[in-house]
Write a protein that binds this ligand. Structure first.
Ligand SMILES: Cc1ncc(COP(=O)(O)O)c(C=O)c1O
Length: 371
């Protein structure tokens, strides 16, 4: 890296003038808690999920948690999840008192392997929770067919995949419900925030109650609930970001196409896109055969931000590993283990310049010597 070259960060959250103005406008209005901005944000977001009901909450984790509660999933139930995901995916299963059953992934999409899902079904299975990892839709056509055959709910963890789709259907519009995260590094954000989409008006109503102490009318509590409301300040920022999502997504897809066309290092496998899939490249994730630590160190040395999502599969994290070991439960997840050992995500965000892309390509193509 020459001194004139700034490092290229792995992600670059946008907090622009429009976002700042929107936040200040709401702050000055004095109406900052869940109100008209949240309602407007929900209405606009619904266009991303085929017009489904949308309920905004304070994080993607809250969205998943409330959706499981609204579906009545709890003690005695099993939920089939990938182990190759962010811990929130399985944490929420445990938080509602259910058991996480880990199924292996497909090596190309990094999403749940439908055959592994079907093999994991037991009489206690209540739901399947595919994760659209990195922005690539999971194999929803096959997973929905399995769920229908076994009468199981499908909960889509779309926290990384705003506006991804499979065969024209957007993620978040397949299952009983879908969930999105608006954490700053996501393709769009609201500082912190989340959204649940559902086609079922009753579930949507339950979600609205759950996020607000079980109340629709103040002090007329109908069920036990929590406070998982989104503020109007966050929603106003989210609305600005949502208006830019389409352009940013197209830029991410173009950046990914450029990287894939030009990366040629023999030890590196570039990401693939399944037929019929719209991969929105929340992450551009390569596989590195050989010494990954050395490859990452070389990329960092060249000023290329890089990161591993996720180095430890969820089933190996202490809160899952220890009780499973005690219960004699061992998971056979070879593709998960392989992915966790090989993946590296490179910058793909829409702020990259043409020169940045060329620097990323050059650094990756130089890796041969470093492995
Ligand atoms: C796959 C996945 N699920 C769930 C979450 C949780 O979202 P949040 O961080 O907004 O709670 C995230 C985001 O970090 C995620 O990547």
């Amino acid at each position: 890296m020459t001194t004139s070259q700034q490092p290229i960060p792995a992600a670059r959250p946008v907090i622009g003038e429009e976002e700042i103005e929107a936040a200040v406008r709401v702050l000055r209005s004095g109406r900052v808690v869940q109100g008209p901005e949240v309602a407007a944000f929900e209405e606009s977001f619904s266009e991303l999920v085929d017009g489904r009901h949308c309920v905004a909450v304070n994080s993607g984790t809250s969205a998943l948690h409330l959706l499981l509660l609204a579906l009545g999933i709890g003690p005695g139930d099993e939920v089939i999840v990938p182990s190759f995901s962010f811990a929130a995916t399985a944490n929420v299963v445990r938080l509602v008192g259910a058991d996480a059953v880990f199924a292996d992934i497909e090596p190309d999409s990094f999403g749940l392997d439908p055959a592994a899902v079907e093999a994991a079904i037991t009489p206690r299975t209540a739901a399947i929770m595919p994760v659209h990892l990195y922005g690539h839709p999971a194999a929803m056509d096959k997973i929905m067919a399995i769920a229908a055959k076994h009468k199981l709910a499908v909960v889509e963890d779309a926290c990384q995949s705003h506006a991804a789709s499979l065969n024209g259907t957007p993620v978040g519009a397949f299952g009983a419900g879908g969930t999105f995260s608006f954490y700053p590094t996501k393709n769009m954000h609201s500082l912190e925030g989340g959204m649940v989409s559902t086609g079922d008006a009753e579930i949507a109503r339950t979600l609205r109650l759950l996020r607000n102490q079980g109340m629709e009318q103040r002090y007329a509590n109908e069920i036990i609930g929590m406070n998982m409301r989104l503020t109007d300040v966050a929603a106003a920022i989210g609305r600005v970001q949502l208006s830019k999502l389409n352009g940013w997504t197209e830029q991410r897809i173009a950046n990914a196409a450029y990287l894939t066309e030009h990366i040629s290092a023999p030890a590196v496998t570039t990401p693939t896109v399944a037929e019929g899939a719209r991969h929105i490249f929340h992450q551009y994730t390569i596989r590195v055969r050989g010494d990954r630590d050395a490859a990452m160190a070389a990329l960092t040395e060249a000023g290329i931000g890089n990161a591993v999502y996720y180095p430890t599969p969820i089933h190996r994290l202490k809160p899952f590993w220890e009780p499973d070991q005690k219960a004699g439960r061992n998971w056979d997840l070879p593709e998960t283990e392989k992915a966790a050992a090989e993946v590296v995500s490179l910058p793909v965000h829409p702020s990259l310049s043409a020169a940045d892309l060329d620097r990323i390509v050059a650094a990756v193509n130089d890796l041969g010597e470093n492995l």
